[in-house]
Design a binder for this molecule. Sequence first.
Ligand code: BEZ
Length: 211
Amino acid sequence: MSLRLGDIAPDFTADTTTGRIQFHEWLGNGWGVLFSHPKDFTPVCTTELGQVARLKPEFDRRGVKVIGLSVDSVESHHRWEGDIAETQGCAVNFPMIGDPDRAVATLYDMIHPNANDTLTVRSVFVIGPDKKVKLMLTYPASTGRNFDELLRVIDSLQLTANHKVATPANWKSGEEVIIVPALSDAEAAVLFPGGWKPVKPYLRLVPQPGK
Ligand code: BEZ
């Protein structure tokens, strides 16, 4: 059965461009992003890896480790990295899993045979410190992902993991958030002594906690 939100992210051992890893051990006690690429030496993937390398300080700031995967070998990844540094103005600064036998791709259901029976789709898994899957995204090979959106979702995940709030449509860090409906007004008054904006009894807005 395929993975679902809240499942434990499957553990695995794999060769990467920075050496052999045991995934859970590599994650440690922090957050992680595992994302797949259909194939090495392909144009959209080249731009994506350059973009993630550029955004690495933003992932670091949030305590999030990033790891990529494609179904080619680590040797191939190393050769490809030269092209990425040359064309994207930023060298790859995170590990890339080599998965020529598609063991990890299969474990994470990254191959969708009706899209392509050998290459992975563009999958993203955000994994929490409890090793549970917090977010899954699936894009087709022809569409490069928006990694600013990934950072935005991570901001929401990290906020809602620590406070009894949810984030509204198109929310960005610093904007108002929603008190979770499970909290009664009496309970909310304790957690949010400054009060809230009662748009509806079920839509209660407060400033973002900690800002
Ligand atoms: C790409 O990364 O450009 C790509 C990979 C597989 C199929 C189509 C595009």
